[in-house]
Design a protein around this ligand. Structure first.
Ligand code: CA
Length: 293
């Protein structure tokens, strides 16, 4: 079996290497002329996992050509797609159609993407993927600050965007093999409901904020670099590390008494971040508190 054939048989989420990933995308572009894995049928390649079938996506993009192409890929992948070409329509559809995920262009006429994102976040927590222009890091950071969960940089491969949509959606719906609940330092992590409470109060976390805090609650008092967090929380092998910085700040704003002087989610200078708690006084199943008592 050739390398290409082996790659073609592997599920995409097992591709841990950037070059393999790109090759696989390239393979898909030219799939019509290949015969690997016994199929040139694109529906087989893009077959959607059952748990994602029929999920509703709101696509907000004012460039007709891009919107049309992306919509085609999303529909082919089994999603229901609503379209908006401006910010006000996007806000209206977000409220009335309850999409499971929003793809939001950063540059929109009238109300721009960052402002749409901020307004959606005032009342709703569904995942938002931001489409940003190449090289505008400030825009990207602003989008994350406004509550986006993820971003894709233009120009992008529609296939890559669909993969990103699936990845974010999987994390936003209930975990498929629920891990045990965690109680630690006044926090209760309920993985099945994807809720974390602090002293009984739900924290109102977005998808990635939840993933990040859950990651730390399961691993108290251990230091993680931003690279490790990008891999462990986002599942990316590559990506902008400022994504981590922004999400850490957002989580701090929700859990720290004074977010500028964090006492829980601490920065370890030159290394990364650590969730600091006294585990010896906690009954914490599965959290690694082996020296209780
Ligand atoms: Ca635009």
């Amino acid at each position: 079996m050739t390398l290409e054939e082996r790659l073609a048989r592997r599920p995409l989420n097992s591709l841990r290497n950037r070059d393999e990933y790109r090759l696989r995308l390239l393979d898909r572009v030219t799939a019509g002329s290949r015969t690997y894995a016994g199929s040139v049928n694109t529906t087989q390649h893009s077959a959607i996992p059952n748990e994602l079938a029929g999920r509703r996506i709101l696509l907000v993009e004012d460039e007709e050509m891009i919107a049309g192409v992306v919509r085609g890929y999303l529909v082919q992948a089994g999603f229901l797609v609503d379209m908006a070409a401006d910010g006000f329509t996007a806000l209206h559809l977000a409220k009335t159609h309850a999409p499971d995920l929003i793809i939001l262009d950063r540059m929109l006429p009238g109300l721009d993407g960052a402002e749409v994102c901020r307004r959606i976040r005032e009342t709703m927590s569904m995942p938002i993927i931001l489409l940003t222009a190449l090289g505008t890091e400030e825009d990207r950071i602003l989008g994350l600050e406004m509550g986006a969960d993820d971003y894709v940089t233009k120009p992008f491969s529609p296939r890559e965007l669909v993969l990103r949509v699936k990845s974010v959606l999987r994390r936003s719906i209930k975990e498929f093999s629920p891990e045990p609940a965690v109680e630690l330092a006044g926090f209760v992590l309920n993985p099945a409901a994807r809720i974390i409470t602090s002293d009984g109060r739900p924290l109102g976390l977005t998808v990635r904020e939840f993933d990040l805090l859950a990651f730390f609650l399961r691993r108290p008092n251990q230091v993680f670099s931003r690279e490790e967090l990008i891999r462990g929380v986002w599942g990316w092998d590559f990506g902008d590390l400022s994504t981590v910085t922004v999400h850490v700040r957002r989580v701090r704003e929700k859990i720290e008494k004074d977010p500028t002087k964090p006492e829980l989610l601490k920065t370890v200078w030159g290394v990364g971040y650590r969730f600091d708690v006294d585990v010896t006084s906690q009954a914490t199943p599965g959290a690694g508190a082996s020296n209780v008592g």
